[in-house]
Each structure stands twice: as structure tokens, then as C-alpha cells.
Design a protein. Structure first.
Length: 441
């Protein structure tokens, strides 16, 4: 057994190269968007030593450094997605939750400039028993670092249909189940509190109260999938930490905004999820963009561009409801930001093939701008704020001395147009160039 564990550790360490001793990288004459939301800094230098940002400012010199002339380039923090799913699409359709498939999806996120993700309640025991989660978080595996909410909680006999999910029938059962998840040290606990368009019963309030109370006793935060304003009120009043989707039935009122601000409740709008629910029927301008197509699993592009699929969307009884939900979501995310509530980027990418992993994170920033954010505010939501949502802001989310050197080198400035985040020259993870973007080998 000891020999097996030793072999496993050797294999894990072989996947992700650590920065070599005295590894020094110097980016010269770049435009810097640091993630804090301020005006970009022009013609500056960034010195990186052993995977950590050492100094920022013009005129940097370093003996033995690899120097990159960044004139005309923009540096911004790598993206962080605080609501995704992995191992639910692609791979073996009968069993997509495999190590191979998960690693491929983490690589895809990385190619799109996403170096940290939070999987929201859809993981399975293999992730923890194999050490995959811990190895990923510690940078020992290629691709985005994977943080996990463990196994989610849903209503008795309610959706979503996942292999490992708890459906407690009583508060006592909920507490027991919560304790079982807590030993995995999840980043958050995830609950589904929704009727899925009236097709299912919601989780009983006594159940989610027990989950929130017990999670807080275990020093774990709780995130909820919800849809309705009324549910948001009840959940926030009972101590919910993270709203993991937009409120989509009506606009948020002043009382909710005030309570969320007071409690420090985080809002993850997942606007792209709501747009995907109807947008393919309208053939969006990005549907033939290679940057989008490269993110899709085999066969998905053919499906979403077929007249049958598009007609079914448009003729669905839910079509107008979905359009309305998206419009309300746009209004609510702007209200949240204007009220001083922390808005963090998340997309629900990977839950279905139409929610493209990697591309969705860039689309989400564009939709935040559509909602009224400036490009710099959208970038902050996707970097600094998302790092706060994952509790990893000490090391990630902004470009500053002492932070891990996860960043994007872009060929154009996204402060001028948010779609410029898609013009990737290189993705750096801990100071190492790990990708040239999804369109380059």
C-alpha cells in the first residue's frame, strides 16, 4: 500500500511542472489591468520570481530573467469561475465522471484563461478518494485548479438527477448528511431550492434552515440555487452566504438588497445560463465564432445549429418565460452591484453541452457589460470578486506583489472592449506559460 501511494505521488507531481529554482520572468512595457477596477496602468513592467509576482512598475531589471516585450499587449488576472460543473458532459456518455474526462475539462478551462473553478455540488466520491481534488488545488495537475462543493442537497425526490446528492426528509437527516460532506472540507455547501418551473416541489424551509445552521457550525458557507425573489428573502434571512443564480421572476427590492449588503451575501448571476435557455433560437452573432466552437463537445455544434433544435426552442411554452427571466436577471445584477453587493462571476458551464466550458466565462463578462457594468467592473467580477467567493483572494484574483502569477497576456485591451478578453496571446499559471488559448496547439 505504501509503495502504491508513493507511486501515486510521483505520478501526480509529474503532471504539472513547478517553477524551477530561480525562475525569473520579466514582462516589459505592458498595459496592466490588475483586477481591482482602477484605470489600467500603461507602459509598466511586471517581475515574476518562482511563480510569484515580485514587483510592478517601469524600469524593472533582473539578472537572468526571461524577458518578454509586451508592447501592445495587456496583462490581466486569469479568470476564476465560481459556479461550474465538470464530468457531466463529454467522455463516455454512460459514465462521463472519469479522471480522464475531468482532466480534459480542466485543461479546456485553462486554455480559455480560467485557472480556478468551483464545482457546485455535482462531484462524486472518486474526486476525493483519488486525491484528484487536493492535487488539483495544490497545482500538481494540469489545467484549472478544482475547488469543490462536494455533494449537493436537494428536495426529497427532487431534481437535479445526479449520482451523489442528498435528499434529506427531516432536519435531523439533513444534519447527518451535512456532517458527512463536511469531512471532505468543501469550499461551500450547495443546495437546490427551486421548483424548476413548477415541475418539482421545493426543498422544505426547515430542511434548508438546518443545513445552513449546521454548515455554519462547521465553518462552511452555503450557496443556493434559486429562482424566485420570495425564496431569496427567506434564505438570506436565514443566513444564506451565496446566491448561486440570478433572481429571475421579479426585480429585487430594497429590503433584500439592504439585508444582503448587511450580511455580506455574495451574488453569482450566471447570466450565460439564462441566455443559453433561448438564444440559440436567434442564432447569436458568436455561434460561428471559432472561439465558441472550440469549446463545444463533439456533436453539440451540429445540434444547436439544426433547424429542429432551434425551432423547438422557439416554439417551447417556456420560451417567453426564459426570455423574461434573462431580462430580469440583467436588471437584478446591476441592482446588486449598485447596492454594493459583491457580484462574482459564475456560469453553470459544464452542466449541459449547450453551456460551453471556457467560452461561457467570456460570454458572462460580455453579458455583465450588457447589464450596465463597465468592462473593468466585469473583469473585477471575474477575478478579484470570484477569488473572494472561493476564499482564495490571498493568492489569486489580482495582479499584485506576493500573489501567484496567474494571468492572461492579451493582444488587445478589454477595458476598451470586453470581447478583447478572447484575444489571448498566452495563459500563465504560477508564472508558467501553459496555453496560447483554445485556438492554438
Amino acid at each position: 500500500m505504501k509503495n502504491y501511494l508513493l507511486l501515486l505521488l510521483i505520478v501526480l507531481f509529474s503532471f504539472q511542472p513547478a517553477p524551477p529554482e530561480n525562475n525569473i520572468l520579466l514582462l516589459k512595457n505592458v498595459t496592466l489591468i490588475d483586477g481591482n477596477g482602477g484605470t489600467p496602468i500603461t507602459a509598466t513592467d511586471i517581475l515574476i520570481k518562482n511563480g510569484v509576482i515580485a514587483k510592478i512598475g517601469p524600469g524593472q531589471l533582473a539578472n537572468g530573467a526571461t524577458v518578454i516585450n509586451g508592447r501592445g499587449k495587456t496583462v490581466m488576472p486569469a479568470l476564476i469561475s465560481s459556479h461550474v460543473h465538470i464530468g457531466m458532459i463529454g467522455g463516455d456518455k454512460n459514465n462521463p465522471y472519469t479522471r480522464e474526462n475531468i482532466l480534459a475539462q480542466l485543461k479546456k478551462y485553462q486554455d480559455y484563461g480560467v485557472t480556478n473553478i468551483l464545482v457546485m455540488g455535482s462531484d462524486e466520491p472518486m474526486l476525493f478518494h483519488s486525491g484528484l481534488r487536493d492535487s488539483s488545488v495544490n497545482g500538481l495537475l494540469p489545467g484549472a485548479r478544482l475547488y469543490s462543493a462536494g455533494y449537493g442537497f436537494a428536495a426529497v425526490k427532487g431534481p437535479p438527477p445526479m449520482k451523489k446528492i442528498y435528499h434529506p426528509a427531516t432536519p435531523a437527516e439533513a444534519i447527518s448528511d451535512l456532517d458527512a460532506v463536511a469531512v471532505l472540507h468543501p469550499t461551500v455547501i450547495k443546495m437546490w431550492v427551486d421548483d424548476f418551473g413548477g415541475s418539482a416541489a421545493k426543498m422544505d424551509s426547515n430542511i434548508y434552515k438546518a443545513i445552513i445552521t449546521r454548515a455554519h457550525q462547521q465553518h462552511i458557507r452555503v450557496a443556493a440555487h434559486l429562482y424566485y425573489l420570495a425564496d431569496a428573502h427567506h434564505l438570506v434571512n436565514n443566513g444564506l452566504d451565496i446566491i448561486a443564480h440570478s433572481i429571475r421572476d421579479q426585480e429585487a427590492d430594497a429590503a433584500l438588497l439592504q439585508q444582503m449588503k448587511k450580511q455580506g451575501t455574495i451574488y453569482i448571476p450566471t447570466l450565460s445560463l439564462d441566455e443559453y435557455a433561448y438564444i440559440y433560437a436567434r442564432r447569436p452573432d458568436w455561434i460561428n465564432d471559432p472561439f465558441f466552437k472550440a469549446s463545444l463537445e463533439p456533436g453539440t455544434y451540429e445540434m444547436i445549429t439544426s433547424s429542429g433544435y432551434q425551432d423547438n426552442l422557439k416554439n417551447s411554452p417556456a420560451y417567453q418565460r426564459n426570455v423574461h427571466a434573462f431580462e430580469i436577471a440583467l436588471k437584478n445584477v446591476k441592482k446588486m452591484a449598485d447596492a454594493g453587493i459583491l457580484v462574482a462571476l459564475g456560469t453553470d458551464s459544464g452542466a449541459q453541452p449547450v453551456r460551453a466550458q471556457g467560452f461561457s466565462e467570456h460570454l458572462e463578462m460580455e453579458l455583465l457589460v450588457q447589464a450596465g457594468f463597465t468592462p473593468l467592473q466585469a473583469i473585477t467580477a471575474a477575478t478579484k470578486n470570484a477569488a473572494i467567493a472561493l476564499h482564495i483572494q490571498q493568492h489569486f484574483g489580482t495582479i499584485a506583489p506576493g500573489k501567484t502569477a496567474d494571468f492572461l497576456l492579451l493582444n488587445a485591451n478589454p477595458a476598451q472592449h470586453i470581447r478583447n478578453t478572447r484575444n489571448i496571446a498566452a495563459v500563465y499559471k504560477a508564472g508558467i506559460a501553459v496555453s496560447k488559448g483554445p485556438l492554438q496547439p
